[in-house]
Design a binder for this molecule. Structure first.
Ligand SMILES: Cc1ncc(C[n+]2csc(CCOP(=O)(O)OP(=O)(O)O)c2C)c(N)n1
Length: 805
């Protein structure tokens, strides 16, 4: 382990002027933290978390981070953002105030709490910006440790750009893969499993990353004794240390957080090793402090003993920096005092400007309502009530939109029986504000522009007289072969995907054809398979990440939900990660290979497309659609479909299937059955039997759960039949209930029902093993028959008398 001594590092070769500039930066960064806390305490902002005590390490990091590099960090990194010029003090306050505009808070347009950073990778048309012109920050999220899985892909992308010849032309994303992915993480979070999984993956993938651990001894109130063996993360990590001159493993450094010269030296050394040799580094920054406590939620005096508090004052990195500058005679005390004075002014004026900009629009909105209320007062008998509403609205110290909205409704309640032109104006404002704010706070969950999967032109599959009939897996194999040939950005990986070609053979022979980097095996690590995909996609590549079975998607569901699904929304359209997740499920044998946890999934991954094709041709069409767009999507293939025969379309690499468009797979007039995936086949069997007793069933395959039937075509079927059943393999109240809500409530199906709507899901327990276990755990053809027959029996008992129970 490279443990440097202070004297090793002199001379630094940094001009006095630059050191003074660094001091100003560190000092101003601390000032904005202090002012930020004050703003929260005075009620102007709701919550604050700050980077005090971590300034110097970030200033040192900023000296080695280059255009094109990526950061995946957490909420302590404000100084890095200021030092690299990727954020201003005013933007910092804008985010603290939750100023909901990209122009004010380009990191999140007020959608994220403060100190959650993100640079803008895409423009307002969804086109990639030149990432080589930016010091890129992948968008932060609050679940601690969640910055680590995507770091795997951000770092691995450099290797791919370096080693895959066909990617060399993508100079907007990489210069021969020389970019480093910088990770930052707190000591406490190193107890998370995802930290270890990510570290191991980065090591195995030999990818250029510098991971900096900020160690202030605590995770909120919990000291390291409770968090890790030996209470020392770099001791624990020593097994990752590479042997001299080898490339397997990490270079590990330990350095003090208050030690400017050594921090600079360590970062320089780490950068050299990582950038030139492609060996990842870990920098354990010890003896950091947290002068403002964890966040505005509490004060650290409650849990840190007095001697620790005293120690923190003594080891504060800014006062130590000042002392060092003076000891080196780089500046005089007067000069530093002057810098501090200017810093305070800069910080205060940034706060003031941010507050004025934030409140300007809100005041405008508030005043427009107050103005209408004043006009109304003059010709209503309920004048006093309106004056009260107006005064109450104007008396709020922070003009929040919610106050304006309650004032509007309050006033409308008061004058509900009166007629004035001003009342119409108020109703109009109510409508306008709802529309504007729906967009302001909710836009970009999915793409609203040209890279949307919903804009991909439909190309029908072409069948010729000599089109061969093949196994389902061969349909996918041909689709992936065509995709990999067409587009060098496509990178497929997962457990057994490479050498074996996937457990169901869809990638058979493709590693041999396209090379080990394009079609790759991974370790058994679902979370970081997805993280790898997110990072690659953020750097312009098109990963197809495979999770071997749907049941194991749960391991990665947190990161899909928190990171991938929210990315475009939480950056208000500033970043995207068009990841395709491929998995298989629904139906095989046994508890852990036949789950169909769709309700859990669809409700956690809004922001992704969720596609549940009934066969492999359908799946291929959807892969082509997603690959033609730039949005993330999950495709769940049916596990029992790989050996089912299908006709191979002549245009297997290009035909597309639109999202959100159900398909009627059997026409009928008595009752509508809505289903998807592997139950399609079972419902069709039941429908044949129902035909024998005179019941004509219309069967609809919804094909995609997100989006769901965008043209309300199921409603058209319901209008015809008046009866509807939703069937799938999820638990009761699961995705069948979701479909029911979509059709009956959203589409207005309620008004067309002649019978009570039904759901027929799987059982609440997990699917039992064996064919009979499956039969008694999931909807089967007999049960479907009986359920539908009973509905028809209720409609016409004479025509459909009960004969089976
Ligand atoms: C997954 C998750 N668990 C818990 C929390 C609540 N939480 C926020 S910060 C924090 C402590 C993190 O400590 P550390 O990693 O040492 O970073 P520091 O805040 O000290 O810089 C916790 C437990 C969270 N945000 N995410």
């Amino acid at each position: 382990m490279a443990n440097l001594e202070v004297n090793d590092c002199l001379p630094l070769g940094i001009a006095a002027q630059e050191i003074n500039k660094d001091y100003k930066l560190a000092y101003t960064s601390r000032q904005v933290s202090l002012i930020g806390r004050r703003e929260v305490m005075s009620g102007k902002a709701k919550f604050g978390i700050f980077g005090g005590g971590k300034e110097l390490a970030q200033i040192a990091m900023a000296k080695v981070i280059r255009d094109g590099d990526f950061r995946s960090g957490y909420y302590r990194d404000q100084t890095l953002m200021f030092a690299t010029g990727t954020g201003t003090y005013q933007e910092y306050f804008a985010q603290l105030f939750a100023h909901a505009a990209v122009e004010a808070d380009p990191w999140s347009a007020g959608r994220q709490m403060n100190n959650h950073f993100a640079t803008r990778s895409i423009d307002s048309n969804g086109n990639w910006n030149n990432l080589m012109d930016l010091i890129n920050s992948s968008a932060d999220i609050s679940p601690v440790g969640s910055q680590m899985p995507r770091l795997v892909g951000l770092a691995y992308a450099s290797r791919l750009y370096n080693e895959i010849e066909e990617l060399r032309h993508m100079t907007q994303f990489s210069r021969n893969g020389k970019e480093i992915a910088f990770g930052t993480i707190g000591n406490g979070t190193c107890a998370e499993g995802m930290f270890w999984e990510s570290l191991n993956a980065i090591g195995v993938l030999r990818s250029p990353s510098i991971i900096t651990i900020y160690d202030d001894g605590y995770a909120i109130s919990v000291p390291n004794d409770y968090a890790m063996v030996k209470q020392d993360i770099s001791k624990l990590l020593s097994g990752f240390q590479r042997r001299p001159e080898t490339h397997d493993g990490f270079e590990i450094f330990v350095v003090h957080g208050w030690d400017y010269p050594n921090l600079v030296k360590v970062f320089r050394k780490a950068e050299k090793i990582t950038r030139q040799e492609n060996v990842p580094s870990i920098i354990h920054v010890i003896e950091m402090t947290q002068p403002q406590g964890h966040s505005t939620s509490g004060s650290h005096e409650r849990y840190k003993p007095q001697d620790r508090l005293d120690w923190e004052i003594e080891h504060d990195c800014i006062s130590r920096f000042r002392a060092w500058i003076l000891s080196q005679k780089i500046a005089t005390p007067d000069e530093l005092d002057q810098i501090e004075l200017e810093s305070k002014k800069d910080a205060e004026s940034a706060r003031k400007n941010a507050w004025e900009a934030y409140t300007a629009q809100l005041l405008l909105e508030r005043n427009s309502v107050a103005h209408i209320l004043s006009q109304l007062e003059t010709n209503t008998p309920r004048k006093n009530e309106l004056i009260n509403i107006k005064d109450n609205l104007l008396s709020k110290p922070s003009p929040l939109r919610r106050h304006t909205m309650s004032a509007i409704l309050d006033a409308l309640i008061v004058i509900r029986d009166e007629n004035h032109p001003e009342k119409e104006k108020l109703i109009e404002l109510n409508r306008k504000f709802k529309t504007e704010n729906g967009e302001r706070y909710g836009s970009h969950l999915y793409s609203q522009i040209g890279d949307s999967a919903l804009h991909v032109p439909v190309i029908e599959p072409v069948y010729q007289p000599d089109s061969p009939t093949v196994n389902g897996y061969e349909v996918l194999n041909a689709c992936f072969d065509a995709a990999l040939s067409r587009d060098p950005r496509i990178i497929a990986f997962g457990q057994d995907v490479g050498r074996l070609g996937g457990v169901n053979q869809a990638f058979r022979g493709l590693q041999k054809k396209f090379g080990e980097l394009r079609v790759t095996d991974t370790g058994v690590r679902e979370l970081t398979i997805i993280g790898q995909a997110i990072g690659l996609a953020m750097r312009g590549l098109r990963p197809i990440a495979e999770i071997q079975y749907l049941d194991y998607l749960i391991y990665a569901l947190q990161i899909i939900s928190d990171d991938l699904a929210t990315l475009r929304w939480r950056t208000a359209g500033g970043q995207k990660a068009p990841v395709i997740i491929r998995t298989r499920g629904h139906r095989l044998e046994g508890v852990w290979h036949s789950g169909s946890q769709l309700s859990g999934i669809i409700n956690l991954v809004r922001g992704l497309h969720v596609i549940v094709p009934r066969n492999m041709t359908q799946a291929a069409g959807f892969y082509n659609t997603l690959l033609a767009a730039e949005e993330p999507g999950l495709i769940i293939e049916v596990l029992n479909g790989y050996r089912v025969k299908e006709i191979l379309p002549a245009n297997i690499g290009t035909f597309t299937i639109p999202l959100g468009i159900p398909e009627i797979i059997r026409h009928g007039s008595d009752i509508t059955v809505v289903t998807y995936g592997s139950t399609c086949q079972i419902v069709l069997e039941a429908a044949d039997n129902l035909q024998r007793v005179g019941i004509d069933v219309e069967v609809i395959d919804v094909r995609t759960l997100l989006p769901f039937d965008i043209n309300a075509s199921i409603l058209e079927s319901l209008k015809k039949t008046g009866r509807i059943v939703f069937i799938d393999e999820d638990v009761p109240g699961g995705a069948t209930a979701y479909m029911l809500q979509e059709v009956i409530e959203r589409q207005g199906g309620y008004f067309w029902l002649d019978s009570e709507p039904h759901t027929l899901p799987g059982k609440a327990h997990r699917p039992a093993f064996g064919s009979d276990g499956d039969y008694w755990s999931k909807p089967n053809a007999e049960q479907i028959f009986e359920t539908i027959y009973e509905i028809m029996n209720e409609v016409n008992p004479n025509k459909y008398p009960n004969f089976f129970s």
